[in-house]
Design a protein around this ligand. Structure first.
Ligand SMILES: [Zn+2]
Length: 220
């Protein structure tokens, strides 16, 4: 899309959504935001958190980055954008839930299996950032090998969700709130082609259709 096309789209947004949501926009300004969910997703243009959760402005506090990575808690970290979002969501906004959302066809997970030349200065930060996916990559290779690339990438994407959930628990506020039952953390795996979502069930240790969450809640 060109800039001109984006400006035209924005005009359309104002005409359609501006009218539809004007009272909501006003309320969010007057009362401030109080989103209940921190949503961590990939920067991939095909993963659109508000679209796939059918939510409105004010509903989700969102962190997006390449690979939906969560750098492990580190007081001296230079890569502090996503960590700052996590801390703000928990300590200031007091969200009730964290959704960590991975997806199919993830370019970041695929890149983990390719070498980025050390001397390519234009890829410096990408190369450094991708190290947060190394554990997922290694587990995927150990489980499915490297011959079948489709299976390898899919396994990497799923291990990546599990690993980033573990990394979330390295944050003092997340760890404490999970232990005290104040916050609920869940890993999702979004299918770009069908729009389906699977979630990681830590008890069954596998990804299940998201509808299972509702079935289990009804039974419980
Ligand atoms: Zn991705």
């Amino acid at each position: 899309m060109s800039i001109e096309a984006l400006v035209k789209s924005h005009k359309q947004f104002k005409e359609e959504y501006g009218k539809k949501y004007s009272s909501l926009f006003q309320k969010l300004v007057e009362e401030g935001q109080s989103p209940k969910t921190l949503f961590i997703a990939c920067s991939d243009s095909r993963v659109v958190p508000n679209l796939i959760t059918y939510t409105k402005p004010g509903d989700l506090f969102i962190a997006r980055n390449i690979g939906n990575f969560v750098p492990p808690f580190c007081p001296d970290s230079e890569a502090s954008s996503t960590p700052a979002v996590i801390e703000y969501a928990l300590s200031v906004l007091n969200v009730d839930n964290i959704i960590l959302c991975g997806h199919t066809e993830c370019g970041a997970c695929k890149s983990l299996h390719q070498e980025i030349p050390e001397d390519d200065i234009e890829m410096t930060n990408i190369r450094k950032w991708l190290k947060f996916g190394n554990s997922a990559k290694e587990q995927a290779v150990a489980l499915v090998g490297t011959q079948d690339k489709k299976r390898l990438y899919s396994a990497t994407e799923k291990f990546n969700v599990i690993e980033q959930l573990k990394n979330l628990l390295t944050y003092p506020a997340v760890k404490r709130k999970v232990a005290e039952g104040e916050i609920f953390v869940q890993g999702w795996y979004y299918h770009l082609d069908s729009g389906e979502v699977e979630y990681f069930d830590p008890v069954e240790h596998q990804f299940l259709p998201i509808e299972t969450v509702l079935e289990k809640a009804n039974k419980g």
